[in-house]
Ligand binder design. Sequence first.
Ligand code: PRP
Length: 183
Amino acid sequence: MLIRTAKEDVEKILFTPEQIQARVAELGKELDAQFGDKHPLMLCVLRGAAFFFTDLCRAMECHMDMDFISASSYFKGTKSSGTVRLLKDTVFDVEGRHIILVEDIIDSGLTLMYLEKLFQTRNPASITTVAFLDKDTGKPDRNSVDYYGFKIPDEFVIGYGLDFADYYRNLPYIGVIRPECYE
Ligand code: PRP
């Protein structure tokens, strides 16, 4: 693993802060239109979705509850371990609630599939999934997400919450990391 500076490690910028904010504003309006009077429970899947979640909630006008859950499957690697662990649960009773699960990225789809299954057992009124990035992994059997910000090619992206071994979450843009960093 090689970590230098963002200037050296980022191969290209996929989405600038301005493009990100414009898309988040659109998503906020779409979710408002669907959930205007439903008082959804917004659940942020830590840690990657932290920035997207706070931006998205502020782009919405409807009444909502907000909470943070934590799931992880990568454990410092660049490939999913295949096992998802729930590290922090919600404090809300989700029975009868409209849940909106907010992710930064859907990659293998395992995390979201695990969370959807888990919350389904608690009898919510509905579960809606939102991911800022939807990675094209070429796997047709992967779960789809209800709302997404952008579709991206199968590249290793960082920034706006997304990390490489916990580095670069705080970049204000989404960038692609040079393969030599992790090869
Ligand atoms: C990342 C990301 C998603 C998940 C997506 O989380 O934030 O939750 O992986 O990948 P998948 O579709 O292949 O499951 P990670 O486990 O790295 O934890 P983090 O959010 O704390 O970075």
